[in-house]
Design a protein around this ligand. Structure first.
Ligand SMILES: [Zn+2]
Length: 123
């Protein structure tokens, strides 16, 4: 499915007052706020899942999550066998009628470690 980086200053914002935020590209609802390390979550009708640090943290709404998870696991396993595994490449290969797109933010924790936060949504 389509996956892209969150637009800086629009979908991924930072201000002294509210901290770092990730927002829904459709309705502007705040999905994730990190205010000085204090993280809070939000949800809207478009959000389908939140994924970070190699795992699905939460699924939202009423849809076939089990099937999506099974497809994801199958593709991840295949790519591991082929010797290269990039989370973004796995998500590119997965398709679901319940998810249209994914945006991600790369949190820069250092040169060797770049965890990705990903949010899947339906338009
Ligand atoms: Zn929304």
């Amino acid at each position: 499915m389509e996956i892209r980086e969150a637009k800086e200053g629009v979908e991924h914002t930072f201000s002294e007052q509210v901290g770092e935020q990730v927002k829904c590209p459709i309705c502007d609802e705040v999905w994730n706020t990190d205010f000085q390390g204090d993280v809070t979550f939000g949800v809207c009708e478009h959000l389908r899942f939140f994924y970070i640090d190699q795992e699905f943290v939460e699924f939202y709404g009423d849809w076939d999550k089990d099937r999506f998870r099974a497809d994801y696991d199958k593709i991840e396993e295949k790519m591991l066998e082929e010797g290269a595994l990039y989370v973004i490449d796995v998500f590119k290969e997965v398709s679901s009628k319940d998810i249209d797109k994914i945006i991600y933010v790369s949190f820069d924790y250092g040169p060797m470690c770049q965890p990705f936060g990903l949010w899947g949504y339906k338009e």
